[in-house]
Ligand binder design. Structure first.
Ligand SMILES: Nc1nc2c(ncn2[C@@H]2O[C@H](COP(=O)(O)OP(=O)(O)OP(=O)(O)O)[C@@H](O)[C@H]2O)c(=O)[nH]1
Ligand SMILES: [Mg+2]
Length: 323
């Protein structure tokens, strides 16, 4: 239906450069925490010794890589650099390779299914304030640039200003927003939006939901109901249940993921606010412990502060200017 074949900005040389620079900037704090002290030790004459390994271990933990990932790096690194531990570049490369191996299984970008299955629903979920609504604005922009038609559903009927906030992102993207009054049944709003999206043959419907703590049973039940409504509307639809996590949350992100996964079956993760934290290592803990695909990362508050997650780009940006 959309014969949009012109080259997209993100695919041009300068577009790619912009994305890489944006990612480097976003990972600046994590890079500094993980690699500054470690890098200083690698400048010395001793290179890899116990003090290097201890420092690396401390900094992996501080940057929230988590105990499991940190231990696996500590266990595997010595063998990878055996006989070459006096070359800083080799040490960096080995560390980079080990970290890359952790991210490869979750490097699965979100693919819009064929036109027969419409609308493709992206259901946003997550605890309060993690960046769900902002991420909707960015994700809508991303898919519009790919030539898809998009509609938004204001499923956060709980917070008074939530509908207006979503409407602002709707106008920025020039896409319709289906909303009801605040206090309305969220599942009903999303059912309405499904009908409207199908009637208008919209490609992608992105549904906002209210923030909820993973420990609030009644609110998690409401989310299950929202998820059920999509299947009730059309059992053939396979929605993307996208859990938004705040990269600065630390290890609690793992608990959130487990609980939301139990409630709705999380099919993808959006890691927002990577730019505001030195704890970007959580992405490795999430990859290793949950295996859930990481679809997008958020690196700012603006419309184009979004990156489709790519493990290679991520590691290149994290290690940029090292060695
Ligand atoms: N720096 C930075 N800020 C972000 C990012 N994503 C969202 N924010 C900011 O985080 C704050 C909360 O964002 P929202 O999108 O309202 O979060 P939410 O999850 O929808 O919040 P609730 O609906 O209240 O649960 C806002 O100030 C956003 O601008 C990001 O990737 N980087
Ligand atoms: Mg919101």
């Amino acid at each position: 239906m959309f014969g949009f074949k012109s080259k997209q900005p993100a695919e041009t040389e300068s577009g790619k450069d912009r994305l890489i620079n944006q990612l480097k900037l976003g990972l600046k704090r994590t890079h500094a925490l993980l690699l500054t002290d470690v890098g200083d030790l690698l400048q010395g004459t001793r290179l890899v010794d116990q003090s290097f390994m201890d420092t690396l271990e401390d900094h992996l933990l501080l940057a929230d890589f988590g105990v499991t990932v940190t231990q696996s790096i500590m266990d595997a690194l010595p063998a990878r650099i055996e006989g070459k531990a006096d070359q800083a570049a080799t040490v960096y490369q080995a560390l980079r390779d080990l970290l890359h191996e952790i991210l490869v299984p979750v490097d699965q970008p979100l693919k819009v299914p064929p036109a027969a299955s419409r609308p493709f629903v992206i259901l946003m979920a997550g605890v309060n304030g993690v960046g769900k609504t902002t991420s909707i604005g960015k994700i809508a922009n991303h898919f519009i640039r790919q030539g898809h038609s998009v509609m938004l559903a204001a499923g956060d009927t709980f917070r008074a200003a939530a509908v207006e906030q979503l409407q602002k992102w709707g106008s920025k993207n020039n896409v319709p927003v289906i909303a009801q009054h605040s206090g309305a049944d969220s599942a009903a709003v999303i059912y309405d939006a499904l009908q409207s999206a199908r009637a208008r043959n919209v490609d992608i419907l992105i549904a906002d939901t209210a923030g909820r703590l993973h420990t609030q049973g009644n609110l998690m039940d409401e989310l299950k109901k929202i998820r059920r409504v999509i299947t009730k509307f059309d059992p053939a639809l396979e929605p993307e249940c996208l859990l938004v996590l705040d990269a600065g949350t630390g290890q609690n992100a793992l608990m959130q993921t487990r609980q939301f996964n139990e409630a709705i079956g999380v099919t993808g993760i959006m890691l927002a606010k990577l730019d505001g934290t030195a704890k970007g290592g959580i992405i490795f803990a999430l990859a290793r412990e949950t295996g859930i695909p990481i679809r997008f990362i958020g690196v700012g508050e603006q419309l184009d502060d979004l990156q489709v997650f790519n493990s290679n780009d991520f590691l290149n940006a994290l290690f940029a200017n090292s060695a």
